[in-house]
Design a protein around this ligand. Structure first.
Ligand SMILES: [Zn+2]
Length: 288
C-alpha cells in the first residue's frame, strides 16, 4: 500500500502536472466510482489545489468542491496519454509507462484541458474516490479521525499520543492513522529497526530516550524515502510510471534472512496484527 512517502511523491508530481487544469471528461469501468454521477459533479471544474492528508489525496476543485482519492492497496496515479485498443487502455508513449505491467491496470481516467490525461492504475480495484463540499472537509470521516501528520507532529505530541496506546504493540501504534497519520507496514518496520526497538514492545515500557529514537528515526526515514521517491517493492510507481528508489536501501521491511545492517545477525519475520514484520532478534530486544 502506498504510505506517506509514496502519496507525497504522487501529490508533488500532480502539483507539477495537473494543477490549474480543467477536468473535461471522465471514464471508469469500476462500478463503485459511479462514473455517470461523478461526471456531472466534476466535469468543467478546475483543479485549484492538490494536497495530502495522511495517505489521502485531496483535489480541491473550483466552486468549493473536493475530490478525495485513497489509492488503497495498489492504486497509483499516472499522467500521460492513453488510447483504447482491444478493450484496454494503452499508453501511446513508448517505454516504461507503457511496458511496465503495473502501469497497465487503468480503471479511471480524467481528460484535462491541456490535452493530457490523469489515470488511475489499480490492480486490485480497492481505491476509493469520493466527492464532497470543501466546507465539509472537517466532517469527512477519512479526514477528521486522522492524527497529526508524521512529517509535522512534534515530539511532545508524538509522545502523548503514543502513550495513549500503552498496551498495544509499538508497531501497531505507529501504523494507527488516528495516532499518527502516514505510516504503514514498510516504514513501521524500518523505523523500529533504526531505533533498535522490538516491534512488539508496549509503549508503557519504552523510556523517553527510546521514544526520541523512534521519533527521529520516523522523521529521517520518511524524509529519505520522499527524496528517493518512495518504495516500489510491490506495485507503486510515480506519475511517470517510474519506480521509487527507497526499496533498495530499506532497512528491515521484507529483509527476512538478510544480515542485519548493524550486527550481521539474520533478520527474522513474525506477524503483528496479521502483517509480516521483519526485525533483528539481537539489536531489537523485546524488553517486556
Ligand atoms: Zn542487528
Amino acid at each position: 500500500m502506498p504510505e506517506l512517502p509514496e502519496v507525497e511523491t504522487i501529490v508533488r508530481d500532480l502539483n507539477n502536472k495537473v494543477l490549474g487544469r480543467k477536468i473535461q471528461d471522465i471514464w471508469s469501468d469500476v462500478k463503485k466510482f459511479k462514473v455517470q454521477s461523478l461526471k456531472l459533479k466534476v466535469v468543467g471544474r478546475k483543479i485549484e489545489k492538490i494536497e495530502r492528508k495522511g495517505k489521502n489525496i485531496l483535489f480541491h476543485l473550483s466552486g468549493g468542491k473536493l475530490l478525495l482519492v485513497h489509492q488503497k492497496m495498489t492504486g497509483h496515479f499516472l499522467c500521460g496519454r492513453w488510447e483504447r485498443k482491444k478493450g484496454k487502455w494503452i499508453n501511446v508513449e513508448e517505454g516504461f509507462l507503457r511496458d511496465d505491467k503495473m502501469n497497465n491496470f487503468i480503471h479511471l481516467i480524467f481528460w484535462l484541458s491541456d490535452g493530457n490525461m490523469l489515470a488511475l492504475s489499480d490492480l486490485r480495484k480497492f481505491a476509493k474516490v469520493a466527492f464532497f463540499d470543501t466546507q465539509k472537509i472537517e466532517n469527512i470521516k477519512d479526514i477528521k479521525n486522522l492524527g497529526p501528520d508524521a512529517l509535522n507532529v512534534s515530539m511532545a505530541d508524538f509522545k502523548k499520543r503514543v502513550l495513549r496506546k500503552n498496551n498495544k504493540d509499538i508497531k501497531q501504534v505507529l501504523m494507527d492513522q488516528e495516532t499518527i497519520a502516514g505510516i504503514g507496514n514498510i516504514y513501521a518496520d524500518d523505523i523500529l529497526w533504526k531505533a533498535a526497538i522490538h516491534p512488539k514492545r508496549k509503549p508503557q515500557f519504552i523510556n523517553d530516550n527510546d521514544l526520541k529514537k523512534i521519533f527521529s528515526a520516523m522523521k529521517s526515514i520518511l524524509a529519505k524515502s520522499i527524496k528517493k521517491r518512495g518504495t516500489s517493492i510491490s506495485d507503486f510507481r510515480d506519475t511517470a510510471g517510474n519506480k521509487g528508489g527507497y526499496g533498495e536501501i530499506r532497512l528491515a521491511y521484507k529483509r527476512k534472512g538478510d544480515p542485519c545492517g548493524r550486527c550481521g545477525v539474520k533478520m527474522e519475520r513474525i506477524k503483528i496484527g496479521g502483517r509480516g514484520t521483519c526485525f533483528c532478534p539481537k539489536c531489537q530486544k523485546t524488553g517486556f
